[in-house]
Design a protein around this ligand. Structure first.
Ligand code: SF4
Ligand SMILES: [Zn+2]
Length: 338
């Protein structure tokens, strides 16, 4: 079966109330060099069109989306969530899809969201696929907000990795174009890159992330490395359950950050489920310390990781060597233990 069909076959979309947003919370982020509260809102929409057609191998977002969500439903979600604003100066808007896809978020709804949030926050961050972004959309959006950042999921700059590991058909060319469109309108760009999509060894994954960071740097104001976490009902989940995928070691994340910290763009990483078996993790005893160090690095509070040490760093090196020797991206420890 082709990867496109396999990804889709794993999906189990569930029914949800289209008038309820998915989630909201506050986290720390960097604004103009200062650590501030950042408000995160996840709206429920019909979801990413690519996830409905096929979808990325690591993405479980489609499991959270409603089948259909009318514009009035999204406005109802907006009304409810705006009441929860607590003076956070920055807001990140996610839709489990693409903010600039007119079929997912209509232009009228997009205007209302941007105006509501632009009135309350200094900076608004939205997410979309690069090939969906059009100049008039960004120019229009800039009327409602002081600062706009457009987050684009590039994942890798290697077309083979995108096609055969991520199942994404757009790459650096589309990303560069979207970045030019965003910058011309006065917006900034955050580039998401993956650490360890499936079918890559630990070492290949590190090298892919480092190379992608350097190649995406000219088109990015921020480069955010996302270590892959195992979301249910995905290809990554299927491999994980068979011992054929292990999320990246936190040591790999540290190495990627060390080798990209001199980029022109601000470099960061927030490992989802960091330290847990389905997220980037080490041996269990050093995880909390290493995740904290990565968070501090991302907030500009540290620039080095030299103080971190644990015996599992040798295991991490041996793990990578074993994969090369065994010619497999599978988890050598899981293979030996089962
Ligand atoms: S990762 Fe992004 S582009 Fe890929 S299926 Fe998920 S929401 Fe769509
Ligand atoms: Zn350890």
């Amino acid at each position: 079966m082709r990867l496109q069909q396999l990804v889709k076959a794993e999906r189990r979309p569930r029914d949800f109330d289209p008038r309820q947003y998915i989630s909201t919370w506050t986290e720390k982020d960097l604004l103009h060099g200062k650590v501030v509260d950042a408000w995160v809102i996840i709206f429920r929409t019909r979801g990413c069109y690519w996830a409905r057609a096929s979808g990325c191998s690591m993405c479980g977002y489609v499991n959270d989306v409603a089948q259909e969500v009318a514009p009035a439903d999204i406005l109802h979600q907006l009304d409810a969530v705006l009441r929860k604003h607590e003076a956070q100066p920055m807001v990140k808007v996610y839709t489990s899809g693409n903010f600039f896809d007119d079929h997912e978020v209509s232009p009228e709804v997009r205007d209302t969201i941007l105006k509501g949030l632009g009135d309350r926050c200094d900076k608004v961050i939205v997410e979309t696929l690069s090939h969906l972004l059009r100049a008039e959309q960004v120019e229009h959006a800039m009327h409602h907000v002081d600062e706009l950042e457009i987050a684009l999921g590039l994942e890798s700059t290697n077309d083979r990795v995108l096609r055969f590991a991520v199942n994404k058909m757009w790459g650096l060319k589309e990303h560069a174009h979207a970045s030019q469109v965003a910058h011309a309108a006065g917006a900034t760009v955050k580039t998401y890159l993956l650490i360890k999509p499936p079918f890559l060894t630990e070492r290949e994954a590190i090298e892919d992330a480092v190379r992608s960071g350097h190649e995406a740097d000219p088109y990015s104001d921020t480069v955010s490395f996302n270590p892959v976490n195992v979301q249910s009902r995905t290809i990554v989940d299927r491999l994980f359950r068979r011992g054929e995928y292990r999320p990246p070691w936190l040591w790999s994340v540290v190495e990627v950050l060390e080798r990209t910290r001199n980029l022109h763009a601000h470099v960061k990483s927030h490992p989802t489920a960091g330290g847990m078996v389905r997220g980037a993790h080490n041996c269990g005893s050093c995880d909390r310390k290493v995740v904290s160090a990565i968070e501090e690095f991302s907030l500009g509070l540290r620039h080095e990781f030299d103080d971190l040490a644990c015996e599992c760093k040798d295991v991490w090196r041996a793990y990578s060597d074993a994969q090369e020797f065994m010619l497999t991206p599978a988890d050598p420890i899981a293979i030996l233990e089962t």
